[in-house]
Design a protein around this ligand. Structure first.
Ligand SMILES: [Zn+2]
Length: 296
């Protein structure tokens, strides 16, 4: 059976089932696409992102690339009137950034590097900027992607690892100390001659006793020299999907502390879905999020 994709979406309730208690027709909602089992070891500890059979609406089940869809009410979050429909559809991707920041425990004096300026890196950047006032550095190998980040935040540093020694630059920007937290949001482990592997770069970029939080889902090994981590008694942790951060995201969007428009590079018609995927594949430097607009 073909699957309807789309795990980042928002909409308006047009019809509710008889058992629905907390929502009414006409409510505008964002949909948390995560489905956990409730009885595996992680779920028993209320650690749902690590559910051993975690499923996502739009990846494992029919999702949001359609005009109408059905979802249980426990996946819904009310969107306030301060949030436009377009921004509501971005709650999911920003919740990933907030979850990563919460996993790593970002606080207001933390110096941070985000390695990877794609949509996940940009969402970590935006979430992190609501939490720390200190130095934030963004690393990528595509100038255009770094420019998206810099355009939204003129108080961050951008570093192109393809032509700069990123670790050295990060040390320089932090008075020789290194950052408190480094996020890896690159994902692939395609080796680029002369450019350090992102996870290893993060390990080298943290201060003693700092943290590396890895988000990039790669099926290939990421080479890390353990000595470099052990000498710092550093921590490598991971972050997957989100864990209730829809609420924190909606709260921040309602207070206008995020810049959702900065991650949307294109708006297209649902009939152009295939073309949108091809654009992302062929021109990764030009596009971050392509929004599909189903109705006026
Ligand atoms: Zn589970």
């Amino acid at each position: 059976m073909p699957l309807i994709q789309g795990h980042e979406f928002a909409g308006t309730i047009v019809q509710k089932g008889p058992a629905v208690r907390n929502f009414k027709e006409g409510d505008r909602v964002a949909v948390d696409p995560i489905i956990w089992c409730g009885h595996c070891p992680a779920c028993k500890r209320h650690h749902y992102p690590a559910c051993s059979t975690l499923k996502l609406v739009g990846i494992d089940l029919d999702g949001g690339f359609s005009e109408f869809m059905k979802v249980p009410e426990n996946m819904l979050y009310t969107v306030t009137e301060k949030i436009s429909d377009m921004h509501a559809a971005l709650v999911e991707v920003f919740s990933i950034g907030f979850h990563a920041c919460n996993r790593a425990g970002v606080s207001e004096d933390d110096r941070i590097v985000i390695w990877g300026a794609g949509k996940v890196g940009q969402s970590i950047l935006q979430a992190a900027r609501t939490k720390t006032r200190n130095t934030v550095v963004m690393v990528d190998i595509l100038d255009e992607r770094l420019a998206f980040a810099q355009k939204a935040y003129n108080d961050i540093y951008i570093v192109n690892a393809a032509n700069t020694n990123a670790v050295e630059k990060i040390r320089e920007l932090t008075g020789g100390e290194g950052v408190d937290i480094a996020f890896e949001a690159v994902g692939h482990t395609k080796e680029i001659p002369g450019v350090i592997n992102p996870v290893r770069g993060c390990v080298q970029a943290i201060r003693g006793a700092g943290k590396v939080c890895v988000l990039g889902l790669s099926s290939e090994p990421s080479p890390v020299v353990m000595k470099e981590l052990i000498l710092k008694e550093g921590i490598i942790m991971t972050s997957r999907v989100s864990h209730g951060e829809f609420a924190e995201t909606i709260e921040n969007m309602s207070r206008y502390t995020l810049k959702p428009e900065a991650v949307v590079t294109d708006i297209m018609h649902p009939s152009e879905t295939q073309e949108a995927f091809e654009m992302l594949e062929k021109e990764p430097h030009k596009h971050l999020k392509i929004m599909l607009k189903f109705s006026e």
